[in-house]
Design a protein around this ligand. Structure first.
Ligand code: GLV
Ligand code: MN
Ligand code: MN
Length: 421
């Protein structure tokens, strides 16, 4: 086997055909993917991924939360692997690139190294993290969070979806059996390739986003309680309409986020009426909030303002409410050394680039708490993501995978970088 070659390039057509082949698992008529974590379709893509990794000579292990680890040995098996990867689950109306690009680009990097007969000093590890999306189970990125110890495995296994199915039951139902405890897999560095999921790169005609860190996130679960009564007989002044109260909350979220703009964003993404009926005034609603900003102090301020707004709305309308913080992700900086390495790599590949902070949450944001970590972004069409219309070009996907290849090669052949923790 030879050594690193800096003129090495991935096979962009092969990467693209892997993306299109796996898009069949959970394909929607509108051209997107519905592949919620630990669904039967997620089971199918996991099997595909395992088979493809084994065919590439990798050894695949699975942790207690179903995260898949595919290892390519290095010359020095005492060195911690340089890891890459992302996720293969999607939103219910998800696209074909969010997470999938980063996972399959890892596979393409390994296939490219195999074809060229290149051995690295440190092993290379490709990871498919369970439930990055956070749609079926909260929080998002729960498996990588448990991997770094932010949550216990038992806590995450007990989380339930809206039908009351726990993570443990969903894993059992798919026949996913652990071969290793969560958190036991050593990782020396982590580099994740992802679509930007926003409009900046496309607008500025840049092929690469060099990601310096991730912004902070607050997730809330809330309820508003009023009183169910007859829609035809209850005079307007006597009503305690939970949904009308929620409508005011939605506007308050928008107003508060805008007041902390332009960086802050706030979304009321789920609103469910307790027992919906055309001629019953809603007595109960359940809702979720997603608040983000790159500064922790802004998250604190928004948290306080939201609670005050809810109390005011509920008091004025004679409603009850609850608001529970179910997830707080602190803003996280990435490793300056790997960020600079990615930037130099983009220069040497002649790819136009800019630095940026990730607006979306990623498993890399958890890994960054324990090991040197950074991310590479490529553009997506019109900045659209979490939508079946999500789209990226073969050129940009290939460019991102080439940069991932160069970055992993450099890290895996550099002098040992021990994990920080
Ligand atoms: C994950 O996709 C998130 O940013 O919410
Ligand atoms: Mn993603
Ligand atoms: Mn996503």
């Amino acid at each position: 086997m030879g050594t690193a070659r800096h003129n090495l390039r991935v096979d962009g057509a092969r990467l693209w055909s892997s993306l299109m082949e796996t898009a069949a698992f959970g394909a929607t008529p509108a051209g997107g993917i519905n592949r919620l974590t630990l669904s039967p379709e997620d089971g199918q893509v996991r099997d595909w991924f395992r088979n493809a990794c084994e065919a590439a000579g990798l050894t695949v292990g699975t942790d207690e939360l179903g995260t898949q680890f595919a290892l390519r040995p290095g010359r020095d098996s005492t060195r911690p692997p340089v890891a890459t990867g992302s996720h293969l689950d999607t939103q219910p109306t998800g696209g074909r690139f969010d997470g999938i690009l980063g996972t399959l680009a890892g596979l393409e990097v390994v296939r490219t190294l195999n074809d060229a007969g290149i051995e690295t000093e440190a092993p290379i590890l490709i990871v498919n993290w369970t439930n990055e999306e956070g749609s079926r189970y909260a929080p998002a990125t729960m498996a990588s969070a448990a991997h770094v110890g932010t949550f216990t495995t038992a806590d995450i296994l007990a989380r339930t979806d809206v039908d009351g199915v726990s993570v443990a039951d969903a894993l059992d139902k798919l026949g996913i059996a652990a071969t290793e405890p969560t958190g036991s897999r050593t990782i020396g560095a982590f580099v994740e390739l992802h679509i930007e999921q926003g409009p900046i790169l496309e607008a500025e005609d840049k092929t690469i986003g060099v990601v310096e860190g991730g912004q902070g996130i607050l997730w809330f679960d809330g309820t508003i309680t009023g009183f169910e009564s007859h829609a035809g007989t209850t005079p307007m002044p006597r009503r305690r309409d939970a949904f009308a109260g929620l409508a005011e909350v939605a506007l308050a979220v928008e107003r508060i986020a805008r007041a902390h703009g332009p960086s802050a964003v706030g979304t009321l993404g789920e609103a469910v009426i307790g027992a919906p009926s055309r001629n019953v005034i809603p007595g109960r609603v359940r809702f979720t909030l997603d608040i983000r900003d790159p500064r922790a102090a802004t998250l604190d301020a928004i948290d306080a303002e939201l609670r005050a707004a809810l109390a005011e709305i509920a008091g004025r309308r004679n409603l009850g409410f609850t608001l529970d913080l179910v997830w707080r992700q602190e803003p996280v900086p990435f490793d300056p050394g790997i960020v600079a390495l990615i930037e130099r790599g983009a220069d040497s590949l002649g790819l136009p680039h800019r630095r940026m902070v990730s607006g979306a949450s990623h498993d890399a944001c958890n890994l960054a708490l324990k090991v040197p970590t950074a991310m590479i972004f490529v553009p997506c069409k019109d900045g659209i993501s979490h939508n079946e219309a999500e789209s990226a070009t073969q050129f940009d996907c290939t460019a991102g995978a080439d940069l991932l290849l160069q970055t992993l090669l450099t890290l895996a052949n550099a002098p040992v970088t021990p994990p920080r923790a």
